[in-house]
Design a protein around this ligand. Structure first.
Ligand code: C2E
Ligand code: MG
Ligand code: MG
Ligand code: MG
Length: 290
């Protein structure tokens, strides 16, 4: 149970399973089983408003506890899922599960709380599927989700190359009333000047920026420029990977809107997430419990 909480542990392969190709083959086979046997789960990481210190929502993060090899991190199995097309059924399951959870939280009638948002990561292969926007529409209808409480995260690299088809998919999704976030911003090559060409509501600054912002004045200046341009374009900014109170304070000073990171909370089970939602009492309380 403890392992389900944080980032999945590294997998160790024994014996003759040393070639990368073989490992992939084994994982692919196991991943197919996981899809059939419902062996995947979601962890939820809180996203907090840096100004008013409220929980605005959660990012749903896929977890796989493989009966043979233990917890396997998404960075290891998502690429395999993408190459094999397994990301289609997996992605649909993630969306369905996350929406069902979102509905439960928003039906729980929490006092003094705006509706919670749910962020779901989406792969390029999903966007490439012309049926995807309709799949999303069906899921939000089935679960009676208020569309603007659902936010799909697409990495910056997905929109690179300005593919017409991807842009159309994004526009169709936004037409449903859901929100779109550009994930891992700063790791690709799209420039700030292209931001307005895409229908994004939210921009997530990659963890690699947050990590060094206090040591590198230039990086902090870059973040400041990103925040300022994003706000001009009516785009909300989230900082990923906040690990210290210093980073938190620096991001608040730069008027970054939202944040997530281990300093505030690690990805957790839905029960823990619900407790967090009910009990989070501002950043001061993190210091007290640290
Ligand atoms: P991401 O979407 O950028 O998600 C954030 C990742 O950073 C998560 O890793 C999270 O656990 C980690 N993280 C959050 N705060 C901190 C921090 O303060 N420090 C550090 N060191 N890490 C932090 P995770 O869960 O291992 O996921 C990795 C990536 O796998 C995600 O990056 C996302 O690209 C992909 N992924 C996860 N779930 C899904 C999914 O359901 N579908 C798709 N297509 N991709 C997914
Ligand atoms: Mg993400
Ligand atoms: Mg990210
Ligand atoms: Mg990432």
């Amino acid at each position: 149970q403890a392992k389900a909480n944080g980032k999945a542990q590294a997998v160790e392969f024994k014996g003759d399973m040393h070639t990368e190709a073989y490992t992939r083959l084994v994982l692919e086979k196991e991943l197919r089983k996981a899809v059939d046997n419902n062996n995947l789960s979601l962890a939820y990481q809180p996203i907090i408003s840096l100004s008013d210190q409220q929980v605005v929502g959660f990012e749903a993060l896929l977890r796989w506890n493989c009966p043979e090899h233990g917890w396997i991190p998404p960075d290891k199995f998502i690429p395999i899922a993408e190459e094999t097309g397994l990301i289609q059924p997996i992605g649909a399951w993630v969306l369905t599960e996350a929406c069902a959870q979102l509905k439960r939280w928003n039906n729980a009638g929490l006092p003094r709380h705006k509706p919670v948002r749910m962020n779901v990561n989406v792969s390029r292969r999903q966007l490439d599927n012309p049926a995807f926007p309709d799949t999303v529409r069906q899921i939000i209808e089935t679960h009676a989700i208020d569309p603007d409480t659902l936010e799909l995260e697409v990495t910056e690299s997905v929109i690179m190359g300005q593919q017409e088809r991807i842009l159309d998919a994004l526009k169709n999704l936004r037409g449903l009333g859901i929100k779109l976030a550009m994930d891992d911003f700063g790791t690709g090559y799209s420039s700030l000047s292209c931001l307005h060409e895409y229908p994004f509501d939210v921009l997530k600054i990659d963890r690699s920026f947050t990590m060094v912002m206090q040591e590198k004045r230039q990086i902090s200046a870059v973040i400041q420029a990103i925040v300022s341009l994003a706000h001009t374009l009516d785009i909300e900014v989230v900082a990923e990977g906040i690990e210290t109170d210093g980073q938190l304070a620096a991001l608040q000073a730069l008027e970054c809107d939202l944040g997530q990171g281990f300093y505030v909370a690690r990805p957790m089970t839905h029960e823990q997430a619900f407790d967090f939602l009910r009990n989070f009492n501002g950043f001061e309380s993190l210091k007290a419990s640290a």
